[in-house]
Design a protein around this ligand. Structure first.
Ligand SMILES: Nc1nc2c(c(=O)[nH]1)N[C@H]1C(S)=C(S)[C@@H](COP(=O)(O)O)O[C@H]1N2
Ligand SMILES: [Mo]
Length: 529
């Protein structure tokens, strides 16, 4: 920097050269950080053999926050928890970038060191990811840091030259002075956006769509029965009997849906078994399959909530796999392991008792969608998803009861049977209801036990028996309705279900933690005159 040396003044922090205005320094740091991240994300997307470092940092945050905080975040943010976490990471990165820029403007080596430090954090998080190639992750991290440091250097140098020129020729037009820096800043921003977006697009989603489209599900040897007429009442506003895949609720800890190529995927059956074995996707698809209609529920579903759905699943019965492996004495727990590190465990006896417990490969007549566990997941009727429904399954491990699945140390119950529950869908709470003949309708579920009755109470009136839709299966929810002569004014409507064991849904209100919410669903509606 000869220009600076000539015009040099003693820099307050000890360096020689012109002081870069704080705004320019901050912007330089921000853009250099963005470009460094963009380059890393592009490489991650294009290479496929290393994870996105941004996603890895997010995963590390998710895995290391205490259970109560994770629960509170899910409670407060619902399914927005992932976008909020990613936005927070972006904000922190932006702030660190700004700080680094300001620091580098004073002492460049310190700024560069800060860059290397952030990269090291990202690389460390990336190395913890299950699908990481260590060499590539470190290498790409180094390249990202180098690009960031170089961009920072160029931006700051341009900004400094600008100041120097202005001091040398005070009368020169200020716009001409600024052009160099702004051009470089604009180019850096464009490169950051292009690489970042490119990396995101390259994550393999497109390819997976093609792979899924080419898969033909085999014909199950035991098909689910035809849907009885009258099982779906088709009342406007009432939840349909089957939830389409695109609308099925999604709950998991994966910041980015794993995109698994079935060609390289394997399912291991291992642990306390006499004959452990491994299946490829093709081998799994060749085994005899069943079909079963099963309602899946999340333990985080509030009373009246929508983290519940019914689908027709297809797959290989767990029992067949366990018989082939030979379960040993004392193997009281079946632990599903996911490629993303998630685990969920439930009593082995449940898998042996329930014919419908399966390694599912199909959902509503299609190969599993990526978000719902492609290429394979577990489906076990009667258990909340957090103890049973492992998506992106990589292993079925037979263990004793001491091993804990992902959510257990985070404050959730070791056993997760689904509580008998009901929900009022019609009328919508807060909707305008006209006086006269109306209908109150909803769904009720008690998977494995079935629903035998639903009662509805309006205000302080008596409990009235609702009409039930035809039964599809004990593992599925059942629709119900009650004709209602709506009178003007405010009304409180409650419902309660009775399951196949004769147990009436409890009115005792409990929160979702540790073992699922309970209590009657209650809605309030105002009927117009
Ligand atoms: N790999 C993996 N599988 C998982 C989870 C997860 O976080 N990771 N969440 C479980 C939980 S808590 C639920 S409720 C169900 C939800 O399944 P769905 O997203 O297909 O509705 O998946 C289960 N399987
Ligand atoms: Mo869940």
């Amino acid at each position: 920097m000869s220009a600076s040396a000539e015009l040099g003044e003693q820099h307050p922090a000890g360096g020689v050269g012109h002081r870069v205005p704080a705004g320019r320094a901050a912007l330089s740091g921000l853009l250099a950080t963005a470009l460094g991240i963009g380059v890393v994300e592009l490489a991650a997307g294009a290479l496929g053999a290393m994870p996105s470092l941004v996603i890895s940092v997010g995963d590390t945050v998710i895995d290391s926050v205490p259970g109560w905080l994770e629960r509170a975040a899910i409670a407060a943010l619902g399914t927005n928890d992932k976008p909020v976490l990613l936005a927070s990471i972006a904000l922190v990165a932006a702030l660190l970038g700004v700080g680094t820029g300001v620091l580098a403007a004073r002492r460049f080596p310190l700024g560069a060191a800060a860059f290397v430090l952030f990269t090291a954090v990202g690389v460390a998080a990336g190395l913890a990811a299950p699908d990481a190639s260590a060499v590539l992750t470190v290498l790409v991290g180094l390249v990202g840091a180098a690009v960031g440091v170089l961009a920072l250097h160029l931006l700051l140098r341009t900004a400094r030259q600008e100041v120097a020129r202005r001091e040398a020729v005070p009368d020169a037009s200020p716009t001409a002075d600024r052009r160099g820096f702004l051009l470089l800043a604009g180019a850096t921003a464009a490169a950051a956006v292009t690489t970042g977006v490119g990396g995101w697009l390259l994550t393999g989603r497109e390819r997976l769509t093609a792979v899924r489209a080419a898969i033909r599900l085999p014909r199950p040897f035991r098909q689910a029965g035809p849907v009885p007429a009258g099982a779906d009442l088709e009342i406007p506003g009432l939840t349909p009997l089957f939830i389409p895949n695109s609308e099925f609720y999604r709950i998991d800890t994966a910041l980015r849906v794993p995109t698994i190529d079935p060609a390289g995927w394997q399912l291991e059956v291992r642990g306390m078994v006499d004959r452990p074995f491994t299946l490829t996707y093709d081998e799994l698809m060749e085994l005899p399959q069943i079909e079963a209609d099963v309602t899946l529920t999340c333990v985080s579903n509030e009373v009246g909530g929508d983290l519940v759905g019914n689908a027709r699943w297809q797959g290989v019965p767990l029992r067949a796999l366990l018989e082939r492996a030979g379960v040993q004495q004392g193997a009281t727990q079946l632990l599903g392991r996911s490629v993303d590190g998630f685990t969920a465990g439930f009593p082995t006896i449940t898998a042996l008792d329930l014919e419908e417990a399966m390694v599912a490969v199909g959902m509503n007549g299609e190969p599993l969608p990526a978000a719902h566990g492609f290429p394979a997941r577990l489906v076990v009727p009667g258990l909340y998803g957090y103890v049973s429904a492992t998506k992106w399954l990589s292993a079925i491990e037979l263990t004793d009861w001491d091993v804990d699945g992902y959510w257990i140390p985070r404050g959730w119950a070791k056993e997760g049977p689904i509580k008998t529950a009901s929900r009022i869908d019609v009328p919508r709470p807060g909707s305008a209801v006209a006086a006269g003949r109306q209908v109150i309708a909803g769904v009720a579920w008690a998977p494995t036990r079935g629903i035998e009755g639903v009662e509805v109470r309006v205000d302080d009136g008596p409990w009235q028996q609702a009409e039930l839709a035809e039964r599809l299966d004990v593992d599925c929810w059942r629709q119900w309705y009650l004709p209602w002569d709506a009178t003007p004014g405010r009304h409180v409507i409650a419902a309660r279900a009775t399951d196949g064991a004769g147990e009436v849904q409890t009115d005792e209100r409990t929160p979702v933690a540790p073992d699922g919410a309970s209590g009657y669903p209650v809605i309030e509606v105002v009927v117009a005159d």
